[in-house]
Design a protein around this ligand. Structure first.
Ligand SMILES: C[S@@+](CC[C@H](N)C(=O)[O-])C[C@H]1O[C@@H](n2cnc3c(N)ncnc32)[C@H](O)[C@@H]1O
Length: 260
């Protein structure tokens, strides 16, 4: 993962994902499960913050937010939004201790797959850094792309697309954004918990996008919004259970810092 891998996507990211119907539905679902952890005013570190939509929301809820992303262009977009009470900075999630103070945060948050850019080794090291940055009993909440997304596999199967089961790779999957090529690593909830277990204990995980499909379906549903809305009703009613997490597009995993 290079510093500038996501730079060329920064200007289009909100239109493509954050403000798209699927992006909005999936983000609402994240907050549905995250809200019990946002009941008091917290000191929050958001990593892989992208265009700052979560930082904006978390700060509007009265939390103190530091937010960072490896991409300078993403951080530029955040700053252009003139979001109040958030400190935006460029920082690599693999090097957080160079920027942020230890024993400072109640919650570290990573939304929508930023941590899927880290290899197993990098993820273990990230978990150790996150443990040090959190206060006692602090929470790490991450939205991760799992390995068995039903929607993706269904679509690739009927299209006879060779990308079927692409998330099963253990090597990292070559991913291209415009000119930039980097690896994406998929993790099941059990793998993610295992890689962080020296620093964190698993609290729970929940599916995000089990009935609501991955965002590459946005164009397909453009003129069939009612179907998407119906799928979102199913999501709210029936996508509650941790056994569904790995089969969803993403899952939210909540971990708590191991005792000092
Ligand atoms: C799919 S976007 C998610 C953005 C945002 N969290 C959201 O919810 O919309 C992934 C983000 O992770 C960032 N990212 C990838 N690798 C990173 C790293 N090593 N350190 C910090 N940010 C990283 C990218 O620059 C990109 O903005």
């Amino acid at each position: 993962m290079q510093k500038n891998s996501f730079d060329s996507y920064a200007k289009d990211y909100d239109a493509d994902f954050s403000f798209s119907p699927i992006g909005k539905m999936q983000r609402e679902r994240v907050y549905h499960f995250l809200t019990p952890y946002l009941q008091s005013k917290l000191n929050i570190l958001e990593i892989n913050c992208g265009t700052g939509e979560d930082a904006k929301r978390l700060s509007a809820l009265g939390n103190k937010v530091d937010a960072s992303d490896i991409s300078e262009e993403m951080i530029k977009v955040c700053k252009e939004k003139k979001i109040e009470n958030v400190n935006f900075d460029t920082c690599d999630a693999r090097n957080l201790l160079s920027k942020y103070k230890t024993n400072t945060y109640d919650l570290i948050f990573s939304n929508f797959g930023g941590l899927n850019c880290l290899s197993e080794k990098e993820l273990e090291s990230f978990a150790s850094d996150a443990n040090q940055l959190l206060k006692k009993d602090g929470i790490l909440a991450c939205v991760i792309m799992g390995r068995k997304c039903r929607w993706e596999n269904f679509f690739f199967r009927i299209k006879k697309d060779p990308r079927l089961n692409r998330r099963k790779t253990t090597e990292g999957l070559k991913t291209q954004i415009n000119e930039s090529v980097f690896n994406t690593y998929y993790y099941s909830p059990a793998e993610f918990a295992q890689l962080s277990k020296t620093s964190f204990k698993l609290v729970k995980h929940k599916p995000i996008g089990y009935f609501v499909p991955p965002s590459f379906f946005n164009s397909f549903y453009k003129n069939k919004l009612w179907i998407l809305k119906l799928l979102n009703v199913f999501e709210k009613l029936f996508a509650q259970f941790s056994f569904q997490s790995d089969a969803a597009d993403h899952y939210l995993i909540i971990l708590q810092k191991n005792g000092d």
